[in-house]
Design a binder for this molecule. Structure first.
Ligand SMILES: [Zn+2]
Ligand SMILES: [Zn+2]
Length: 258
């Protein structure tokens, strides 16, 4: 009886100390969760960008059109034989959505939608907030992970609980690391104004014509209002003044060598 009774008491005491810390952790966790859900729903339900019906390149209206089915010939007017419609610059046909998507990055099974000109920011914020959440979870679970390696008589939880918390820590850590790699890849793409589809195209050109410098490149995805960079919204001014956010036209650098 002697050695067990005080340990139960100290365990209860530790539990109470944890409870006192919980409100802050809970508020932070719930705020993160709200941001994840907001960004996720925006990424799912925002149309990434559709090509207007019977859209034609400006050059076709004034001269003799020369359609090309190749996505690589960006300078020539392009045509999608499956949609039977013109293709604006940086637009690609998604075989899953079965339509052309403006500034298509990729089709994402997690958001059940294409990621394109109009929801790319929401998708990126979803990744970032999910990453922060998994890092927070990992930090909160760290004491339980350490406890797993402690002697049995020093543990405050049952072996079953410790095993579950150990597994939760490992899964959160693995998820956080894989998200970090994915965010790193997209950060590199955003700062160079390149989509995942355009990576190979970019490698073939001497200087990427859409690369306007990292600051302007960021503005083409996140807008110019820095406070709105962290929420899945754009200001009306940005939507009006930045054509790239609408996905039909994109400024190019004058010194580009293709
Ligand atoms: Zn198409
Ligand atoms: Zn798609």
């Amino acid at each position: 009886m002697g050695p067990h009774a005080p340990r139960r008491g100290s365990s209860r005491g530790r539990c109470c100390r944890r409870d006192r810390r919980l409100p802050h952790t809970r508020i932070l966790f719930l705020l993160q969760l709200a941001m994840i859900l907001w960004c996720y729903l925006m990424a799912v339900f925002t149309d990434p960008g559709a090509v207007p019906e019977n859209w034609r390149h400006d050059a076709e209206d004034s001269g003799n059109p020369s359609f090309s089915s190749s996505d690589e010939q960006e300078s020539a007017p392009r045509y999608c034989s499956r949609c039977q419609n013109g293709k604006p610059p940086r637009c690609h046909h998604c075989s899953v959505c079965n339509r052309c998507v403006l500034k298509m990055d990729h089709h994402c099974i997690w958001v059940v939608n294409c990621v394109g000109a109009r929801n790319y920011k929401y998708f990126l914020l979803f990744l970032v907030y999910t990453f922060i959440e998994t890092v927070l979870d990992t930090l909160v679970l760290l004491p339980n992970f350490i406890e797993f390696f402690q002697d049995e008589h020093r543990r405050s939880s049952s072996p079953g609980d410790i095993a579950i918390l150990f597994l939760a820590f490992v899964l959160n850590l693995a998820f956080a690391l894989s998200l970090l790699c994915f965010i790193g890849m997209h950060a590199s793409l955003v700062t160079r104004n390149t989509t995942s589809i355009e990576v190979y195209e970019r490698k073939k050109s001497v200087s990427w014509k859409y690369d306007l410098g990292w600051k302007r490149n960021l503005e083409q995805v996140f807008g110019t209002k820095k406070l709105l960079w962290f929420v899945p919204l754009y200001s009306t001014e940005d939507l009006h003044n930045i054509p790239a956010l609408r996905g039909m036209e994109f400024p190019t650098r004058s010194d580009a060598i293709v």
